[in-house]
Design a protein. Sequence first.
Length: 149
Amino acid sequence: MELKDLIPAEGSTKNRKRVGRGPGSGTGKTAGRGYNGQKSRAGGGKGSSFEGGQTPLARRLPKLPGFRNINHVEYVPVNVGRLDGCFEAGAIVDATSLKAKGIIKNADALVKVLGDGELTKALTVKVDKVSASAKQKIEAAGGKVEQPC
């Protein structure tokens, strides 16, 4: 037996209704749509969201609160305590080295170093932004903060 030999079971399929093919077909002239009205027209009928004249759900729900600034810049936060545990003394901390250590997921992400935790090693930090407390801790440990931050 091959795929071409398969046929559907007796009585399981019906021929499609061919409407608008003359008066002898039984569905000629108005093609089973009746005479006038919204549902007799092409493209007529109610939309899928129509609820019988009741105010639709999409209009009953409130809009989301708040405001999202389109110019808002999102930074990935990294604390100095995390840098202390992951980097050797004298290491350069930038987005690619943070990605290599698994601290951030994307090397293209904007990074901001924050001042939570203690730093005991001298590190050179080259990230997008550094908080004032983080900068103070990095310089107190003998490290330095370089541009672009």
